[in-house]
Design a protein around this ligand. Sequence first.
Ligand SMILES: C[S@@+](CC[C@H](N)C(=O)[O-])C[C@H]1O[C@@H](n2cnc3c(N)ncnc32)[C@H](O)[C@@H]1O
Length: 260
Amino acid sequence: MTDRTPSSSARVWSAADLAADPHRATDKSQRIQRMFGAIAHRYDLNNRLHSLGRDQAWRRRAVRLCRVQAGDDVLDAACGTGDLAEAFASAGAASVCGVDFTEQMIELARAKATRNRRPGAPRPTYKLADIMDLPFDDASFDIVSIAFGIRNVADPARVLREFRRVLRPGGRVVVLEFSQPANPVIRMVNGLYTRHVMPVTATLLAGDRSGAYRYLPRSVSTFADRETLAAMMAQAGFKDVSQHPMTFGVCTASLGFVAC
Ligand SMILES: C[S@@+](CC[C@H](N)C(=O)[O-])C[C@H]1O[C@@H](n2cnc3c(N)ncnc32)[C@H](O)[C@@H]1O
């Protein structure tokens, strides 16, 4: 098993890396994998605390937008510790498969999947793989989801094309990602919190040396804005793309469809 103690984490993002655009790093995938390997053990706790308890509600809303039907097969890409996969399992999907390339995150998801669940709810299964090259046949799923993952991949457009490929006719994709609040006052307060408070407290909580919680706000501010993301989804072949801001627009779910 990989050593995942905080002391094993080395710096992944330096101040100079983050002064530039982190999405342009040629070794972005490897850095992201090392970074999540370093913070996995405190990932859920940091999410709950630093979203002020909202992160699970955001995931549940993303699930509701997909209007899960009995018999739906769901792929949760960049599933991390499995919170969104578990939400789909509770919502009545027939099967849920999570994919992620960071072993430490998947191990935590697999541990969650062993918990008791209500009768009839499927147990998510997990695969260690790169979502830029999904290990599934064309038209294998009814729903594909990704939460806080599209920003972290090296080539988001390629990932969206992969999602389109593995979806069946009538399928849905939901992309949940941080976004900038439209209200300038809320944007300013949120900016102060995400740039100056959260990086300090989250880093302490995770005992992190990788720079993950300084990368986080920088990776949001340098990533595609809402409109660009919607255009990328349309470009990948999704129809009727709609966007659903949550908690004053701190995060947005983008929903798209595959034609029947
Ligand atoms: C911020 S976490 C999100 C985890 C989870 N979806 C959630 O809602 O908390 C981002 C995840 O994306 C994964 N990831 C990033 N790039 C990936 C890739 N190319 N293939 C597979 N997983 C990837 C990371 O390993 C990490 O677990």
